[in-house]
Design a protein around this ligand. Structure first.
Ligand code: MG
Length: 175
């Protein structure tokens, strides 16, 4: 496929690489549901998926997804320079650049994304558990943070929207 540089091709490459690395967007939607269902009992999977799509449509998010996945793949192929090769391959705990890259995703809907990101990284529900299982073949050093960050940002977007809806309702009630 031709992934030369234009906004459509960057979006398509992002979709392509997430799929190729075994990420079903629905599983990201499930993480959003996991993070938000307690606060918004009526929340639907459709709303969660819509939010995931919105996050993934942002160019800075796409850039982070593509960068992280590229590094994971190069590590799998043994193509990074030493010592980075071993650091990424072994997902060294103190490396931290995987989390830092993901912050550019977490940030897109404001700072409340940080709490969601930290929480989901700690709990590792659903797909995050799978991505963290080391099978000696797949490298997901960046991907696990990327997926958690997309879910965290999508959750923040929902929280902001729900708040805006609530404030609009209150305003209408008062008027
Ligand atoms: Mg990681």
């Amino acid at each position: 496929m031709d992934y030369s540089l234009n906004s459509r091709s960057v979006a398509e490459a992002t979709e392509h690489w997430l799929r190729r690395r075994g990420v079903d967007k629905r599983e990201i939607g499930e993480l959003v549901m996991f993070l938000q269902k307690e606060y918004y009992p009526g929340l639907t999977m459709e709303e969660c998926m819509d939010s995931v799509e919105r996050v993934l449509s942002k160019r800075e998010v796409q850039n982070a997804v593509l960068t992280g996945i590229q590094l994971d793949v190069l590590a799998e192929e043994g193509k990074l320079f030493a010592p980075l090769q071993d650091i990424v391959l072994n997902d060294e705990g103190l490396y931290g650049c995987d989390e830092v890259l993901s912050l550019s995703i977490v940030n897109v809907y404001g700072s409340i994304g940080y709490t969601n990101f930290g929480y989901i990284d700690k709990m590792k529900p659903g797909i995050l558990k799978r991505l963290n299982e080391k099978n000696g073949k797949d490298v997901h050093t960046f991907l696990d943070d990327i997926v958690g960050a997309v879910a965290a940002a999508a959750s923040s977007r929902i929280a902001h929207r729900k708040q805006a809806e609530k404030e609009t309702d209150e305003y209408v009630d008062e008027a």
